[in-house]
Design a protein around this ligand. Structure first.
Ligand code: NAG
Ligand code: NAG
Ligand code: NAG
Ligand code: NAG
Ligand code: NAG
Ligand code: NAG
Ligand code: NAG
Ligand code: ZN
Ligand code: ZN
Length: 595
């Protein structure tokens, strides 16, 4: 659901090597219009690599990873051929038609209009990059998409980090506390339409231009939203913000909103559609949270087309995201001063100190995703953001401030070089940073940062999501220490969606308190590290209480979550995710999970 084009390419690779499609649909059966030499060579490569197929299967089974030498070789064949064809004579229209054919007809990944929409939106930026950067190689593309050839020259750079060690930690004492609310991944759908079929075969259903249900036995989009393929209706957005604003929850000081306002109608976005959503939701925030400060950040869905954050110096208005930086520097003014929003105009990030001794740093780390094609054009510290982060942290260290960092994408989902450099920065300033907050995954989870000596030094908490995406909607309320700004507890609020849709009424309730339900004293990295070790030793002695709770909360108690049996593979995935903050860097996962 995140990026169809990216998925199309992955699926072309995977499905072709999986052999089933290859066995049934040979190259000769593909209509000649879609039979350029590129695919011929791909199928040849697949044939040469057949002996690898069982290995790839095993690798996928064991680790959930699709990375294997054979996949990389095939990826290389695809892109070598594509780049060669483009450098000769393949036109945009031919290219579009081919990818569309593979997306809609051959692999049936999505329906025709969805494939056409997404491919149409991505083709201009991709061709711009390939044409302007004649030096882009297939090695670079596969390194970006699949992490083949890690450490390839194209994705290797370093941030200057000042010498020295992090300061002594300011200990929280729990004497005085205050609250912060966290809401994320709203994915607001202005056109949400109740009564449409809930499983419409598109990435997003419940749309006014979709067919009505064929008969009464089809499950339909509910009053507030649906459990899958549906975004947040205007009614649900208002109800949620009103709930947060009512007693006894309303006594928080700030709201962290960690990105993704725009809907999953990703095949049909436009600058205008995104601008309207962003403007509307931020205005509603301002109206509902009258006496509170909201600290918003950008998600990958705010960009049009989705995921694409180009460098600032791309002059073409239909390719650059200046329109977005302009919209948010106006709308974020609800809560930021002119001075604070200077950096917003040049990359969508900022810092603000809303309390003495306390600083919030907001990053636009959507640049770090492999789905951001612009990394092929220029990937060295986009917008100079990490170097800026170092500067701000250095000043905070000097001023004895404590920092919270907000960013949309978990760093384990970033290009490896970005995540690695970010980890170096965290290590240098570990005790200046009390906690970090993410969104994007739509799941309730956390990860621990470890230093180069394998000792925990930081923690990141994900806000889960208001959009369902298989789980129940939620927001969180944190209890924060007023001295050390550590997170002492996190309370998660949700509701039973099926019941709410039937009754046309939402009964919000507290699903859990992290402190009480996981038996920790607080949510500092030392306690979280201890918790992971407890979970692992419990599992070893066949006590699944904690990990089952974690699994249930991951989906906020939803029916879909309850239907997923969390076997040992699923348990390992949860644990490894807690222990990983750089793409596929499994050091801590291997160290702790010695089953
Ligand atoms: C967190 O809990 C641990 C273990 O009880 C304690 O040593 C530490 O001081 C606590 N930190 C905060 C910020 O409360
Ligand atoms: C109702 O629609 C569903 C889905 O299109 C179909 O499977 C089912 O056979 C239909 N039932 C009747 C009674 O027409
Ligand atoms: C939601 O609240 C906003 C702001 O108070 C209001 O303008 C809007 O009409 C409300 N929408 C719905 C569907 O209740
Ligand atoms: C989005 O879909 C609507 C309705 O189907 C259509 O009228 C419009 O042209 C589409 N816009 C874009 C940018 O694709
Ligand atoms: C960290 O753990 C890994 C994996 O067990 C080990 O190879 C490495 O030597 C450790 N590093 C340090 C500094 O202890
Ligand atoms: C299982 O683990 C939980 C949490 O660590 C603990 O409270 C409980 O006593 C354990 N149960 C048994 C039977 O050991
Ligand atoms: C429709 C069809 O022919 N399916 C076949 C595709 O190939 C696999 C593997 O050879 C067969 O098992 C299917 O029957
Ligand atoms: Zn999202
Ligand atoms: Zn996202």
């Amino acid at each position: 659901m995140r990026c169809l084009l990216h998925n199309t390419i992955l699926l072309i690779l995977l499905n072709s090597i999986s052999g089933s499609i290859y066995a049934n649909v040979s190259y000769n059966n593909i209509p000649s219009a879609y039979q350029p030499s590129v695919w011929h060579r791909v199928f040849q490569k697949i044939n040469e690599k057949r002996e690898f197929l069982p290995i790839i299967y095993n690798e996928r089974e064991v680790s959930g990873s699709i990375i294997g030498d054979a996949v990389c070789l095939i990826c290389d064949a695809v892109f070598t051929a594509l780049l060669t064809e483009r450098s000769f004579d393949m036109t945009k229209i031919q290219l579009e038609a081919q990818v569309e054919y593979y997306c809609a007809d051959f692999l049936k990944i999505e329906e025709q209009d969805v494939c056409a929409g997404v491919i149409g939106l991505n083709m201009d930026p991709i061709l711009y990059i390939l044409d302007k950067k004649a030096t882009v190689t297939s090695t670079e593309v596969c390194s970006m998409l699949l992490g083949c050839t890690q450490g390839s020259e194209a994705f290797e750079w370093k941030i200057d980090i000042p010498a020295g060690e992090t300061v002594k930690k300011v200990e929280s004492d729990g004497k005085q506390t205050f609250k912060i609310a966290h809401i994320t991944d709203i994915h607001y759908d202005p056109d949400y339409t109740e009564g449409k079929p809930a499983d419409c075969g598109k990435p997003q259903c419940c749309q006014p231009d979709q067919d009505n249900p064929a008969n009464t036995s089809v499950s339909v989009c509910g009053y507030w939203t649906s459990e899958i393929h549906a975004d947040v209706s205007p009614k649900l957005l208002n109800n949620t913000l009103d709930e947060m604003n009512s007693k006894p929850l309303m006594d928080f000081e700030f709201v962290y909103f960690t990105g993704d306002l725009v809907s999953h109608r990703v095949w049909n976005t436009s600058q205008d559609y995104n601008r309207k959503t962003i403007t509307y939701v931020l205005d509603v925030f301002a109206e509902k949270f009258k006496n509170k400060k909201v600290f918003p950040i950008l998600g990958n869905h705010e960009a049009h087309p989705m995921n694409l954050y180009p460098p600032l110096n791309i002059p073409e208005d239909d390719l650059n995201q200046q329109w977005l930086f302009d919209v948010i520097s106006e709308k974020w003014l609800h809560w930021l001063t002119d001075n604070e929003k200077e950096t917003v105009k040049n990359g969508g990030y900022y810092t603000v100190s809303p309390k003495t001794g306390f600083r919030i740093i907001v990053l636009n780390n959507n640049v770090c995703q492999s789905e951001n094609w612009w990394n092929l054009y220029e990937n060295k510290d986009p917008y100079g953001q990490l170097q800026w982060l170092v500067k701000v942290l250095q000043q905070a260290e000097k001023d004895k401030e404590i920092v919270h960092i907000l960013s949309h994408i978990p760093t384990s989902a970033c290009l490896k070089v970005w995540g690695r450099e970010y980890n170096r920065i965290i290590e240098r300033f570990a005790n200046t940073i009390a906690a970090q907050f993410n969104g994007h995954t739509h799941r309730d989870h956390f990860s621990i940062y470890y230093d180069s000596k394998n000792v925990s030094n930081n923690v990141v908490i994900n806000g889960a999501s208001l959009v369902t995406d298989g789980a129940y909607p939620n927001f969180k309320i944190y209890t924060v220490d007023s001295k050390g700004f550590d997170i002492l507890d996190s309370e998660v609020y949700t509701f039973d969606l099926e019941k709410a849709n039937t009754n046309k009424k939402i009964d919000w309730y507290k699903l859990y308190s992290f402190q009480k339900d996981f038996g920790v004293a607080n949510l500092t990295h030392t306690e979280m590290d201890r918790l992971v070790k407890t979970m692992i030793s419990d599992i070893k002695s066949k006590n699944y209480t904690l990990i089952n709770k974690y699994h249930d909360f991951y989906y906020r108690g939803s029916k879909i979550g309850k239907n997923v049996n969390c076997d040992s593979k699923c348990q390992n995935k949860y644990l490894c995710d807690m222990l990983t903050t750089v793409e596929r860097q499994t050091t801590m996962c291997e160290k702790y999970l010695t089953f």
